[in-house]
Design a protein around this ligand. Structure first.
Ligand SMILES: *Cc1c(COP(=O)(O)O)cnc(C)c1O
Length: 452
């Protein structure tokens, strides 16, 4: 029999009788495999840290969302929010499922075109569209969602030189009962600015108004705000029908559905408090269906869901660099990834699991990243089994916004791997290297040499 390894005893304060309503302890289970692939093998082959994306989870999550909406409403179209995760392989999983592209910059627009998305299936959002961007979007017949009057006038000017019409919608912001209100994007509903923008578009013979758009916020925990938003957009649709005798093709509810991640400082676990995709679908579709449109005038429902379609599919694998006692006696575990690549650690208490078996001892600890910077904290406080140097961990639900908002700071960005439906890992983004980073730098001649 193998000799058991020595473990230093620790004294834990017993809080007898002091249960919270979920019980007395947090149970950890080791996560040794992702989609059948051993975590140890992924780290051995692709390095530590590395991001892993499950193609299976993306497809299952997407199909479930499509089911939730299309079983309740006859015309539904999703458009993948590029900024949430624009790795081409990820985008193409969504496109292969039938999703269009939703972009908020010309860089993302070019990415969508490069991936082979037809121009007329790209929704071009965002406040920053230059004359060149708008011209190309018009020529490609893309859906231009106008954000402000200056964009509207710029587009009108460009159209004087174009034979083609532009397909446009406006982004509308509004009071949905959730504060602070997102009123910096689009035209306001309550003060009549949205209606005024609509009238200007209707008066321009080269603009074809195709739809109406809003994106009321992100990680929205109430479905009622979607009911308010949907009915306000329906009001505009109805008014356009009555005043201008034009029936818009679509109503676009944007994104914003929450994921099961737990917001920082929240007492309840995210998974226990967020609405399901069926809850969101029920509120949005029943608001449109009950509004009073004639069946043939029902608009297509567009959704630009981002985080809720990709968060669960992403994992971050990493390793323990060192263990420490802080001056106040708290245990600190230093990991080889931090806020440089896990930007969402600012918003979420991410679930972190050990990737190997462990003993029954556990302790509250702080998880630090590798950066030489005080704010590099992955978790302020988490109860985990005692990890050792070299042990591996898995961070859950990191698919949204990390692989676009990560920064090259102190460390370089790691590899990203996608596990396909057969359980085969593919490298989908290589790690940075000194060469790839310094390739962008230039050295003035007078600084090329020095003597020390
Ligand atoms: C970011 C964004 C989305 C996606 O938002 P999620 O909260 O991730 O669902 C959708 N539409 C627009 C216009 C956006 O800017």
């Amino acid at each position: 029999m193998e000799k058991l390894s020595y473990e230093r005893p620790i004294i834990n304060k017993l809080n007898t009788g002091l249960m919270n309503k979920f019980g007395t302890r947090v149970d950890n289970t080791p996560v040794t495999h992702i989609d059948g692939v051993p975590v140890k093998k992924l780290i051995a082959d692709f390095g530590s840290p590395c991001f892993v994306i499950s193609e299976r989870t993306i497809r299952e999550t997407y199909r479930n969302a499509v089911r939730a909406f299309s079983t309740r409403y006859p015309k539904v179209q999703f458009a993948w929010s590029y900024k949430t995760n624009y790795l081409n392989a990820v985008c193409n999983v969504f496109h292969s499922e039938g999703s269009w592209a939703e972009v908020v910059s010309y860089f993302e627009y070019e990415k969508a075109m490069g991936n082979g998305v037809p121009g007329d299936k790209i929704i071009f959002n965002g406040p920053d569209k230059t004359a060149r961007d708008l011209k190309i979007a018009v020529q490609n017949n893309s859906l231009i969602h106008i954000d402000h009057f200056d964009e509207l006038y710029l587009l009108a000017e460009i159209l004087k030189e174009e034979s083609q019409k532009a397909r446009v919608a406006i982004r509308v912001n509004m009071d949905t009962g959730v504060y602070p209100m997102w009123d910096r994007f689009g035209f306001n509903y309550e003060n009549g600015t949205a209606w005024s923008a609509i009238n200007k578009i209707m008066a321009n013979s080269q603009m074809e108004m195709t739809g109406i758009h809003c994106h009321i916020g992100t990680y929205m925990m109430s479905t009622s705000s979607y009911a308010v938003a949907t009915s306000k957009l329906c009001d505009l649709l109805k008014n356009i029908q009555q005043v201008h005798n034009v029936t818009l093709e679509y109503i676009d509810l944007g994104g914003g559905f929450a994921t099961a991640n737990t917001l920082r400082g929240s007492y309840l676990q995210g998974a226990d408090v967020i609405p399901t995709i069926d809850d969101y679908a029920e509120v949005i579709t029943s608001t449109i269906l009950n509004y009073g449109f004639r069946p043939e005038q029902l608009p297509t429902l567009f959704l630009e869901t981002g985080r809720a379609l990709i968060d669960d599919a992403g994992y971050l694998l990493g390793s323990v660099i060192a263990l420490k006692r802080l001056s106040d006696g708290r245990r600190a575990t230093i990991l080889d990834f931090g806020i440089n690549i896990l930007f969402t650690a600012f918003w979420y208490d991410h679930k972190v699991s050990p990737a190997q078996n462990f003993t029954s001892q556990s302790e509250d600890m702080v998880l630090y990243g590798p950066l030489c910077m005080n704010i590099d904290v992955v978790r302020e406080n988490i109860n985990l089994p005692l990890l050792n140097r070299g042990d591996h961990v898995v961070v859950h639900r990191v698919g949204a916004y990390n692989m676009t908002q990560w920064m090259q700071f102190i460390q370089m960005r790691p590899k990203v791997v996608m596990i396909d439906m057969q359980g085969m890992p593919h490298l989908i983004r290589n790690n940075e290297s000194l060469q790839t980073i310094t390739a962008h730098e230039r050295m003035p001649d007078h600084l090329a040499q020095f003597n020390l």
